[in-house]
Design a protein around this ligand. Structure first.
Ligand code: GLN
Length: 388
């Protein structure tokens, strides 16, 4: 038989999703794939129960149900500080995952280059491969995960079509400062490059850090494709609701790409989440207070156990330094962590372009009792995984 596509021949499965399966196999507390184990807001769940008996069981308009887009446009206009047109400036997608893929396919041709900061969320590499583009990786240097402007400019000099910006950043928890974003914006302007953002953690930014929407920087609206989702903001990762916001010229094309990729996001779920989109500022303050509490609880627990770790400025991930255990493979370490200690984590090597094997990623989007259970298990870490 003829071979399958060359483009996908080098694909492995997603290590993030694989670690969820490994966690299940060993009945480990799963802090690998980032999703909450607490309930979405009651108003959204109540509406979901009603929607089952209403007329929302057929396709919505391909680029999103009208009332969903109107509610989303109102919310994002408020947060982004500019009026977003629900008809010409939004495409509703199946999660930010599809939004990013559709954005990449909307702007790139085969062979085009795309700048990706490393560490990066693992889908971006796959997105570039599927759209035939070639990544140029620019390191974010630990411990602050800042970039070197000269290294970034050297990447821009290769005339990339786009730059991918995950802000707040998964997995390193970096929140780009306005000044850093202005450096990127200047170069995007100078080298005529699109910026595809992934802002799914836009509402999980710890004080004193602040989220700046890249599209709102001077001159950037025209060249920014803002991708985000409702997954993290309303604790509904399984609903697969995401979106692209961009100027009409880009959205017009993205609507077609999205239509042929998936036709549309689930109609009943778009309807059910509208009360969430209509929440006032209190909801977002409470969400941040909840995650700040979880971060403090989990990081203090790690400190008490003397486990070195990063201090995230945003999102809900922490990188643990496992150098002391002397493993050559962080994947092997994560397998041992799941099977012997009973905690699921993601090997850091699945996020870094550089040969990093001394970091693992845990997330803290879990009930306090789940986090305490994980910390309890981690207390035996050095007993169950002896240093080599
Ligand atoms: N963003 C989450 C993570 O990094 C989950 C992503 C996914 O599996 N779609 O773990």
């Amino acid at each position: 038989m003829q071979s399958l596509s060359e483009r996908t021949a080098g694909f492995t499965d997603s290590v993030i999703r694989r670690m969820t399966r490994v966690s299940m196999k060993y009945d480990a507390v799963n802090l690998s794939q980032g999703f909450p184990d607490f309930e979405p807001p009651a108003q959204v769940l109540d509406r979901l129960a009603q929607v089952a008996h209403e007329d929302y069981h057929q396709y919505s308009i391909t680029w999103g149900a009208q009332d969903f887009r109107e509610a989303l446009a109102a919310k994002q206009s408020r947060f982004m500080g500019r009026t977003i047109d629900p008809n010409s400036e939004i495409v509703t997608t199946c999660g930010s995952t599809e939004a990013m893929m559709a954005a990449m396919m909307t702007v790139t041709n085969t062979g085009d280059k795309v700048i990706i900061f490393s560490p990066f969320y693992e889908n971006y590499g796959a997105d570039t491969i599927l759209s035939g583009a070639e990544p140029i990786y620019v390191p974010l240097n630990p411990p602050t995960f800042t970039f070197d402007a000269d290294v970034l400019e050297a990447a821009f000099k290769q005339h990339p079509k786009a730059l991918v910006l995950c802000n707040p950043s998964n997995p390193c928890g970096k929140v780009f400062t306005r000044d850093e974003l202005l450096v990127i914006a200047d170069m995007a302007q100078k080298y005529d490059t699109y910026v595809i953002t992934d802002e799914v953690y836009e509402h999980i930014v710890y004080a004193p850090h602040k989220h700046t929407y890249f599209a709102t920087l001077p001159g950037m609206w025209e060249r920014t494709i803002s991708c985000s989702s409702l997954s993290k903001t309303y604790s509904i990762t399984g609903w697969r609701l995401g979106y692209i916001i961009a100027p009409p010229r880009i959205i017009d094309r993205a609507k077609k790409v999205h239509d042929f990729l998936t036709v549309g996001a689930a109609a009943p779920l778009q309807e059910a989440v509208i009360p969430g989109l209509q929440f006032g500022q209190d909801y977002y303050d409470d969400l941040l207070a909840k995650y700040t509490h979880k971060k403090d609880l989990f990081l203090k627990g790690l400190d008490d156990l003397d486990i070195p770790h990063t201090d995230p400025e945003g999102a809900y991930y922490v990188l643990l330094d496992i150098s002391e255990f002397g493993y050559d493979s962080d994947l092997r370490f994560c397998e041992d962590l799941a099977s012997k200690v009973g905690v699921g984590a993601v090997p850091g090597s699945s996020f870094f372009r550089e040969p990093v094997n001394n970091l693992i990623r845990l997330h803290f989007a879990k009930k306090d009792e789940t986090l305490l259970d994980a910390l309890n298990r981690l207390a035996d870490l050095r007993k169950k995984i002896p240093q080599k």
